[in-house]
Design a protein around this ligand. Structure first.
Ligand code: CTP
Ligand code: MG
Length: 227
């Protein structure tokens, strides 16, 4: 069984709207629902668990009902960090879960081919993440002065969904929480504990909506029907 976990308990502070960004309307459909629909449509996904802020539990439940999202198994209260939100979801996942796919609730344009690629690599290697190569020149800058150039051949932007065999994610999260360690994603968590994470090709369309500009870009993409 493959279960997608959608951490959606953030506040969207960098975007700066009073409503957290995952609930903002994106051309008639809330952002969170657009992301959920990508997983509803993917035949490889058996179930979805959403972690949401306690204040938005009811709102999230209503969205699931009104958009008739059938794969959602459960909505849990998220935590104060992304890692804690993921942990809450992992704890209540069905025992038959073999693979978890953790996906930021604010990456609505994840292609189905990418979901498939991550699941296949996770089954073979234990864990897998999508990544795209850094495209700009990278420099070390201090006090408005360029101090050095950083070679970018081996530098990648890591995206989601991040695939991990269920027991491996549980064990690593238990250990991190017990030791008070905090990681921004599962690839950093697994790497810290020495587990290999296989990198597959990501997608430029699979960007995370973080700033206002990303929201504008997302609306244009929907207009162009590139998704
Ligand atoms: N997230 C979460 N629980 C938290 C913090 C973040 O579930 N305590 C989720 C967000 O809802 C989002 C994903 O993790 O789907 C990636 O986080 P990010 O883009 O940083 O979202 P926010 O934390 O909401 O935004 P910001 O950092 O700008 O406040
Ligand atoms: Mg955040």
């Amino acid at each position: 069984m493959v279960v997608a976990i959608l951490p959606a308990a953030g506040k969207g502070e960098r975007l700066g709207e009073s409503l957290p960004k995952q609930f903002l309307d994106l051309k008639g459909i809330p952002l969170l629902v657009r992301t959920l629909l990508a997983f509803e449509k993917a035949p490889q996904i058996d179930g979805i668990i959403i972690a949401t802020h306690p204040l938005y539990l009811e709102h999230t439940e209503n969205l699931i009902k009104s958009f008739n999202l059938r794969k959602v198994l459960k909505i849990v209260e998220g935590g104060t960090t992304r890692q804690r939100s993921v942990y809450q979801a992992v704890k209540i996942a069905p025992l038959e879960t073999e693979v978890f796919l953790v996906h930021d609730a604010v990456r609505p344009f994840v292609p189905e081919s990418l979901i498939k690629r991550v699941i296949e690599a996770t089954r073979s290697y234990g864990a897998s993440v999508p990544a795209i190569p850094v495209r700009d020149t990278l420099n070390l800058v201090k006090d408005h002065l360029v101090k050095a150039n950083v070679p970018r051949e081996n530098l990648f932007h890591i995206q989601t969904p991040q695939g991990i065999k269920a027991n491996l994610l549980k064990t690593c999260l238990d250990e991190a929480i017990a030791r008070g360690l905090e990681f921004t994603d599962e690839s950093s968590l697994l790497t810290y504990f020495g587990h290999p994470v296989y990198v597959v090709e990501g997608s430029w369309l699979n960007f995370k909506i973080t700033f206002k500009e990303d929201l504008i870009l997302a609306e244009k993409l929907i207009d162009c029907k590139i998704e």
